[in-house]
Design a protein around this ligand. Structure first.
Ligand code: CMX
Length: 168
């Protein structure tokens, strides 16, 4: 009987400790990630890459634009998109990446419900940010990047539509 009571007390303590851990690990997160908005892919030539995605694969390009020295094409796949990025200025962020790594996945973008709050939260947690405040991204999004050195080598972008009609 006494042994049973001791075992119960021990089980209770272990459970409480587990809850403390869960609280510290998860309940301190208040930002909401709605979806993977897009995967950014660095390509040498947008038109060449589009041939594969729209002729080789059953996908369609729905939006193209020039943005900060890059030619960008969006290809929706379900709730997300592939964002193809070609350097046209010779000096964009994509140029440096292509020179170093060649073509390939460049970044992953998460759509959040409130980008300002999300950045505040990451900053408070000491996550190294490239952008401490949002700036205008492609396709009508407010965007901000975390530093790849702080995110296990994956460049991560947070984004939020600037108006309700925009998406990517
Ligand atoms: N993925 C993973 N690691 C990356 C990376 C990427 N896409 N880009 C750079 N890095 C790594 C580099 O390899 C380098 O690592 P080492 O120190 O081990 O060599 C380190 O990060 C620093 O890279 P760098 O190119 O020397 O440094 P810069 O500061 O000049 O640039 C970065 C890096 C991420 C700050 C810059 O590329 C940037 O600001 N990118 C964001 C801008 C962008 O991509 N815009 C397109 C947005 C389009 C949209 O979605 O709207």
């Amino acid at each position: 009987m006494r042994q049973n009571r001791q075992s119960l007390r021990l089980a209770h303590r272990v459970l409480h400790r587990k809850n403390d851990f869960l609280n510290e690990g998860f309940c301190g997160v208040s930002m909401k990630i709605k979806r993977i908005a897009h995967l950014g892919v660095a390509v040498n030539n947008l038109d060449d890459a589009l041939k594969l995605f729209t002729n080789g694969l059953p996908l369609a390009v729905t939006h193209t634009e020039e943005y900060q020295g890059m030619k960008i094409g969006f290809i929706p796949v379900g709730e997300s998109s592939i964002e193809l990025l070609e350097d046209v200025s010779g000096a964009s962020a994509i140029r440096k990446f292509l020179d170093k790594n060649g073509e390939g996945i460049h970044h992953i973008a998460f759509e959040v419900d409130d980008i300002n709050e999300a950045l505040q939260e990451l900053k408070a947690k000491g996550v190294r940010l490239i952008d401490e405040t949002p700036r205008s991204g492609a396709h009508g999004m407010s965007i901000a990047f975390m530093h790849p050195k702080a995110t296990h080598g994956i460049l991560m972008e947070l984004c939020q539509p600037s108006s309700k009609d925009d998406h990517k």
